[in-house]
Design a protein around this ligand. Structure first.
Ligand code: SAM
Length: 247
């Protein structure tokens, strides 16, 4: 893996915690089935990011993947772009290992940080032209989402781009209404999951997810200092949406 460099931050107190790793494995198998069946529209979203990158960057650019998982979506999005360096951050070591294997041999430099992205962002150790965060920020409360988005805004180079993919409430909807609405959607659409897997993913959604309305995601971006923010894609059903922010 000559192009891939893994940075471990466990020694300075980053999460190397067995619960994180256990949770990752339990959730990842389920998530992978959803990705393989394309119910979360990873293929369309990769294409959308690909087009946004090619429209915005005429020369070499750097790409930061926050909560990168196995980096498969980013790898697809980056193919055929002018990317010079990919930087992925994830707090689960298995994700970093999957990402390293996936990105082995790609024609750009790869740095992988095994770390909580909040720590990386808070230290302002990062700099990038394009930043992507897929299905991770919704575990934070609204204030923490804003803090993270401010930090992302601060690290993006002029002329850059930030894209975000997150669960989204319908206009005027409460979290409780969303949870009532998503349960029958998941049970009828995510048919590739077993009964036990459906119960696990619903429990995860109902206990961990803190979606925002589309207006709120966009307004968080504006409050964070982005001059433009808009919704650019909604997965059928509208529960998951992609946003694009420009500095
Ligand atoms: C649902 S997966 C999404 C992976 C990938 N972004 C994608 O769109 O396919 C969520 C990922 O976020 C990572 N993650 C969650 N919280 C994190 C944090 N605070 N710092 C770094 N990674 C985090 C998890 O380990 C997992 O790999």
């Amino acid at each position: 893996m000559v192009n891939v460099h893994i940075h471990r931050f466990a020694a300075d107190g980053a999460p190397d915690d067995p619960e994180t790793v256990r949770f990752f494995h339990a959730q990842w198998t389920i998530y992978q089935k959803l990705v393989d069946a394309n119910v979360l529209r990873h293929r369309e979203i990769a294409q959308l990011i690909h087009e946004a990158l090619n429209a915005r960057f005429m020369g070499a650019f750097t790409f930061l993947d926050i909560a990168c998982g196995d980096a498969s979506l980013a790898k697809r999005a980056l193919e055929g772009t002018r990317v010079a360096r990919y930087h992925g951050v994830d707090l689960a070591m298995p994700a970093i290992e999957f990402a390293a294997a996936n990105l082995d041999g790609v024609p750009y430099e790869v740095d992988l940080d095994y770390r909580d992205y909040a720590a990386d962002l808070a230290e302002r150790a990062l700099r990038a032209d394009a930043v992507w965060c897929g299905l991770s920020m919704h575990h934070l409360d609204t204030d923490a989402k804003l803090r993270v988005m401010r930090e992302i805004r601060a690290l993006i180079a002029p002329g850059g781009l930030f894209m975000l993919y997150e669960p989204t409430l319908a206009d005027g909807e409460t979290r409780a209404d969303y949870m009532r609405r998503i349960r029958p959607y998941v049970l009828s659409e995510w048919v590739m999951l077993s009964g036990e897997e459906l119960a696990q993913i619903l429990e995860h959604i109902e206990t961990c997810d803190l979606p925002e309305t589309s207006e709120s995601w966009i307004s968080l971006g504006r409050s964070a200092g982005f001059s433009q923010g808009r919704e650019v894609y909604a997965v059928p059903g509208g529960f998951f949406r992609v946003y694009r922010f420009l500095p």
